[in-house]
Design a protein around this ligand. Structure first.
Ligand code: CTP
Length: 395
């Protein structure tokens, strides 16, 4: 079901970023209703937020209509979460004391759903013991604090007090919404991206993997409430919020990293594309150009194969990116590596494979194979986590 959140905007310059924050929610199909203090309206207009959210925007004038409908109760109790951004020192102090003298503070006093605050203020105001004590009290009462971040402040100084960027507030809200989700209590290991095998200090052997599929799985699992560890080769994409990251470079490092946590893990998604070969000799100095060069290569460890051989209770999901005889190769790998689920894709098909935003996968389990239609890697990721949780449950 579509998630619904209330975005409470209090009066700080960072309120202008709420337009972008609303867009982040709407883009992911989250219904967002904005509630503004009178001073917030000086920094961003209700019309901007109304157009972007496609919902009415409420301010203190709405309190006058409460004779027929207790709006502050509806907003405080009938949505999935409340996000206060920017959260000024003033609104947090009011929330701590239970002051309800406008619509935003009344919503906070009546709140029975999870609440997140994204503070924004001058550094001295942030560090003031009054604010720090208020923040500690809000956290102790179960609120989530998103930031503040360090950086340029509107008052012309550098310091702590900047509101987090809308993308971070959005991602952390998604984690808060999913914290009791279907993956709650599950420890999920995802490995992603390519590995690199050094030839000399400036050259390496690698492959075209972007890491997008693995990162999308890590993000989806975290949003469903899992405790996620991401073992990643070098990737040029942002690491998802709320996951533990173990960065690695070579296939051997990837093996060591996954084995260091393996015992405790419930489900493994091995979406990485480890380099299969490494030079027998690695040069300490840069190799200078000559007419011909032959490199002798030797195979790297099979990370997933090693996990398959050591498997006790773990549910192992492998990936096979193939170009011909796809099903035969995938089934062979599933058997050889002792896997519970295999995600096959034919990378020669448009819309599947490396460095594209979509994927077309066939999911193979002990019960058979099922081809999924073309979807974004995010949709594939969500469905894969859901299916792995279901299959692991059945065992
Ligand atoms: N894999 C791994 N360690 C390797 C190679 C692959 O853990 N050294 C994992 C991949 O992460 C993937 C699965 O094994 O989940 C299949 O990878 P793939 O490259 O398709 O298979 P290979 O075993 O390398 O076989 P081949 O080169 O014959 O395709």
């Amino acid at each position: 079901m579509k998630k619904r959140i209330v975005l409470c905007i209090s009066g700080g310059i960072a309120a202008f970023k709420c337009a972008q924050l609303v867009r982040c929610f709407v883009k992911e199909d989250i219904d967002v209703t904005c509630v503004m203090t009178e001073s917030a309206k000086q920094f961003v207009t209700p019309m901007t937020l109304g157009i972007l959210s496609k919902n009415p925007v409420y301010d203190d004038a709405a309190l006058k209509d409460e004779i027929t409908r207790p709006l502050h109760i509806v907003l405080a109790q009938q949505y999935d979460a409340i996000v206060v951004a920017p959260a000024t020192g003033n609104i947090m102090a009011k929330a701590v004391c239970g002051i309800a003298d406008d619509l935003v503070s009344s919503v906070l006093l009546a709140a029975s759903v999870p609440v997140a605050f994204a503070p924004a203020m001058n550094e001295v105001m942030w560090k003031n013991p009054a604010t720090q004590e208020n923040v500690a009290k809000l956290i102790a009462r179960g609120a989530t604090m998103i930031g503040p971040a360090d950086g340029d402040l509107a008052c012309g100084v550098m310091g702590t007090g900047r509101m987090c960027e809308p993308e971070e507030i959005f991602e952390r809200t998604m984690l808060m919404l999913g914290k009791d989700g279907p993956a709650k209590g599950k420890k999920i290991l995802v490995s992603a991206g390519p590995t690199r095998e050094a030839i000399d200090p400036v050259r390496f052997i690698s492959n075209r993997s972007s890491g997008k599929m693995g990162y999308a799985i890590a993000r989806a699992a975290a949003r469903m409430g899992a405790d996620v560890t991401l073992v990643t080769g070098p990737c040029a994409i942002d690491v998802p919020y709320g996951v533990k990251v173990l960065p690695v470079e070579s296939t051997t490092q990837m093996l060591d990293a996954v084995l260091s946590v393996y015992e405790d893990i419930d489900i493994v998604f091995k979406a990485a594309a480890p380099a299969d070969y490494t030079p027998v000799e690695t040069y300490d100095q840069k190799l200078h150009k000559k007419d011909d060069l032959s490199l002798e290569l030797t195979s790297t460890p099979d990370v997933l194969g090693t996990m398959g051989a050591k498997k006790t209770h773990q549910f192992l999901v492998g990936f096979a990116a193939e170009t011909y005889d796809c099903m035969e190769h995938a089934l062979g790998k599933m058997e050889r590596k002792n896997l519970d689920m295999m995600v096959l894709n034919d990378v020669t098909r448009p819309g599947a494979g490396f460095d594209v935003a979509t994927n077309i996968v066939t999911v193979i389990t002990s019960e058979g194979a099922c081809e999924w239609p073309m979807m974004s890697k995010e949709e594939v990721a969500e469905k894969l986590v859901t299916q792995a949780l279901d299959e692991a449950q059945k065992r």
